[in-house]
Write a protein that binds this ligand. Structure first.
Ligand SMILES: [Fe+2]
Length: 282
């Protein structure tokens, strides 16, 4: 096991009563105790954000989220639970999302740079590479939440490579690696591990039960035992710290080998014609 000073859980829903995660303050405290028992030292809260029905909805919601975040922070300090809480959001992609990204804590740690974006699990938007490119041009650096859970996305390997080349980070769920979302998602997670395409890990915890709770400890053990090339210090401490501070995270793409089927160019077509003719003459 690698020596880890800190373990950041980068994605979870522990702010009570604001999404489909924890419902009460008491439950959130219990969940954070569960996290501390697993050695997690820093927790990045990422409440869901969806397209608002009215323009005033999200600013009001953010006030409530920040208030509850501060109450939770105070409560765990009183209970001496040794966890540092940080705040961000998990934004379900929607067309006008750029308008809202400067709202307080839409970005991770309110740094106005890194944004955690999720796509529907049914499939990514067709033009997601262009969408991310636009966001980067606006000065944001997207992090893609649990790409291993998005149906059919891994088949678009070339598009994923394009994202990596644009500096987009991939956050994988601990439960996906452990098979808690089924064999298919686990197999895809293993591909991300094999490719070294994991930049951040998150439990995506919604409750206390094992499938939707904090499953970091078992995941760290699993990776340590089976994937010796994975730098856990990087994905559990160094990358999260850099993201929180709004610093650059270097993505190693030197090993990426893409098989791109390029359409035959005119010269190839001509060579093929000559070969065919030559074969007929023989
Ligand atoms: Fe989530």
């Amino acid at each position: 096991m690698q020596n880890l000073d800190k373990i950041y859980d980068f994605h979870n829903h522990i702010i009570y009563g604001v999404d489909d995660g924890s419902k009460t303050l008491e439950n959130s405290i219990k969940m954070l105790q569960q996290a501390a028992d697993q050695g997690i030292t820093n927790v990045v809260c990422a409440p869901h954000q969806f397209e608002p029905i009215t323009p005033s909805y999200l600013p009001k919601r953010q006030k409530n989220i920040v208030k509850r975040f501060n109450i939770l922070k105070r409560s765990i300090k009183e209970k001496k639970i040794p966890i540092e809480l940080l705040l961000g959001s998990e934004i379900m992609f929607f067309r006008d999302m750029k308008k809202y990204l400067s709202l307080p804590y839409f970005s991770i740690n309110n740094n106005k740079k890194y944004i955690l974006i999720e796509f529907s699990l049914m499939g990514a938007p067709i033009s997601f590479v262009d969408i991310f490119y636009d966001l980067i041009m606006e000065g944001y650096q997207p992090i893609l939440a649990h790409p291993e859970r998005i149906s059919g996305l891994y088949k678009d390997r070339n598009k994923l490579v394009k994202l990596l080349k644009m500096g987009v980070l991939f956050q994988i769920n601990t439960g996906s690696i452990l098979g808690l979302f089924g064999k298919q998602v686990q197999n895809i997670s293993k591909k991300y591990l094999k490719n070294n395409w994991i930049h951040l890990l998150g439990s995506d915890a919604h409750s206390l039960n094992f499938q939707r709770g904090f499953s970091m400890q078992k995941c760290v053990e699993y990776i340590s035992n089976n994937y010796h090339d994975i730098n856990l210090k990087e994905i559990l401490e160094l990358n999260p710290k850099a993201v929180i501070n709004g610093d650059h995270v270097e993505i190693d793409i030197s090993d990426i080998k893409i098989r791109v089927k390029s359409p035959p160019n005119n010269l190839n077509k001509l060579i093929n014609k000559i070969i065919k003719k030559a074969k007929k003459l023989l």
